[in-house]
Design a protein around this ligand. Structure first.
Ligand SMILES: Nc1nc2c(ncn2[C@@H]2O[C@H](COP(=O)(O)OP(=O)(O)O)[C@@H](O)[C@H]2O)c(=O)[nH]1
Ligand SMILES: [Mg+2]
Length: 442
């Protein structure tokens, strides 16, 4: 019933006086040890009145009842702490009704973190094991103290196993959303023949995920639709989590609260250049959009972080136009404001890109789309590098450089610090440090 994690072991629950009974039966006949015989002899020497005996029996019965009640209660409470009740029977019809599993399944599951925030994981059923590994680390390193909820999104219904196991692993509420078809399909305006030809060509050219339609749906969804999911309407902040990540440092403060209090809107851990072959016209389309909507450019934008060395110092409307260096915040980790994506500027930007068709004719990733928008629409001070977080998503990892993060095992990074991606020649981190005025190695 308790599984092997129960604090109540069988030897503890056994009546400790049983061993005296066993010992008594082994005594030679005629001898008496500590037992009924001794008690009887003792009693016979005293003249106890009938009424007092009845009273004693009654008091004894009440005491036994109370002790039994207490033991049963204690066992239930302890077991509840270790064994989550199975979630309510979860049916997964192909409807758009979100499934919500409330935190009352576990006495310690009530949200403690004060922000309107959730973890968000877009995920496939078959990635369950890797999802649990990611969750386990985030829970152990951070969320077991805050119990923020988890929101899972999928283009097909979640399996009962997925729901059961992720709910067990979460310390807060879990919710499961089925993505509406219109957020995960090829729009009518897309010429499918042209799209198929482009995918074939990219596959031949060995462009990463170049031939995958589902990857394109994923990138378009993360760019334009994840933040429109009904389940996220109630939140202001999200922390994107992907399956199979590594998370190496304790986070002993609330990053959502930090974001709100310090006026941050977008947070990242790793920044690197995009494969140019996946975004041949993304920057041209961005320049076109900015030309017709110049007011969306933040007066303290991070434009220079996006520009090639030769174009440093250029304005966005310079002639010839400045070129994009491909640097982007790796969006498999994001702690950000949902309002950033809900803003008029971003909605219009996404619509512009979607109409241009590059999510399908090319293979625009959500990372460069999010990053360009954040860099142009936000002030530099609104973007935050979580320099205190150790993070891995295949194939790159990073950890904080300063020794103080590694003392007393606050971070346990399974690689040498000199191999941290921040110090890799591919990293865009030095560009970010320069723009944000931060110390190298932070
Ligand atoms: N539900 C669903 N999730 C997907 C699909 N494709 C990718 N994802 C999720 O989207 C995220 C990014 O995909 P991933 O394969 O990790 O891409 P990569 O990180 O760019 O290599 C991960 O959280 C995946 O679980 C899909 O077809 N359906
Ligand atoms: Mg991934």
């Amino acid at each position: 019933m308790y599984g092997d994690r129960s604090p109540i072991s069988p030897s503890f629950t056994q009546n400790p006086f049983d061993k005296y009974n066993t010992a008594r039966t082994m005594l030679p006949e005629g001898t008496s040890g500590i037992g009924v015989g001794s008690w009887d002899r003792l009693s016979s020497r005293k003249k106890v009145g009938e009424r007092r005996r009845v009273a004693r029996v009654l008091v004894g019965a009440v005491l036994v009842g109370l002790v039994t009640w207490f033991l049963v209660r204690t066992r239930q409470t302890a077991s509840e702490l270790y064994t989550k009740k199975a979630p309510a029977v979860v049916d997964t019809p192909h409807t758009h009704t979100p499934i919500s599993i409330s935190s009352d399944i576990r006495p310690d599951g009530v949200q403690i973190g004060k922000e309107k925030a959730s973890f968000v994981m877009l995920i496939r059923n078959q990635e369950l094991e890797d999802a649990l590994k990611s969750m386990k680390q985030i829970e152990d390193r951070f969320n077991h103290r805050y119990h923020y909820p988890w929101t899972f999104l999928n283009d097909v219904p979640f399996s009962d196993e997925f729901i059961r196991e992720t709910t067990k692993r979460a310390s807060g509420k879990t919710e499961y959303g089925l993505i509406p078809k219109e957020h995960w399909s090829v729009p009518d305006a897309i010429d499918q023949e042209k799209m198929n030809a482009a995918m074939k060509k990219m596959e031949e050219d060995k462009v990463i995920y170049g031939g995958s339609l589902s990857y394109r749906h994923m990138c378009r969804f993360n760019s334009g639709f994840f933040w429109r999911q009904e389940l996220l309407d109630k939140y202001e902040w999200y922390w994107r989590v992907e399956p199979g990540i590594g998370f190496y440092c304790d986070v002993d403060y609330d990053p959502f609260e930090f974001m709100r209090v310090s006026g941050k809107k977008y947070g990242f851990t790793i920044t690197l250049p995009e494969y140019k072959s996946t975004i041949p016209t993304l920057w041209d389309q961005t320049l076109k959009f900015m030309k017709t909507n110049p007011s969306y450019l933040n007066s303290n934008s991070s434009l220079q972080y996006l520009l090639e060395d030769k174009d440093q110092g250029k304005a966005i409307d310079a002639d010839p136009a400045p070129e994009y260096n491909g640097c982007h915040f790796w969006s498999n980790f994001e702690i950000a404001s949902l309002d950033l994506w809900r803003s008029e500027a971003y909605r219009k930007y996404f619509d512009h890109l979607d109409n241009a068709g590059g999510f399908f004719y090319e293979r625009w990733g959500d990372a460069p789309v999010h990053s360009i928008a954040a860099a142009l629409f936000l002030g530099t001070q609104e973007i935050h590098h979580f320099a205190d977080m150790g993070y891995m998503h295949i194939p790159w990892s990073r950890c904080p450089q300063p020794q103080e993060f590694h003392q007393y095992a606050k971070c346990v990074c399974p690689f040498e610090l000199k191999d941290s991606f921040d110090l890799n020649g591919w990293s865009c981190q030095p560009r970010w440090w320069k723009i944000a005025g931060k110390e190298y190695g932070a």
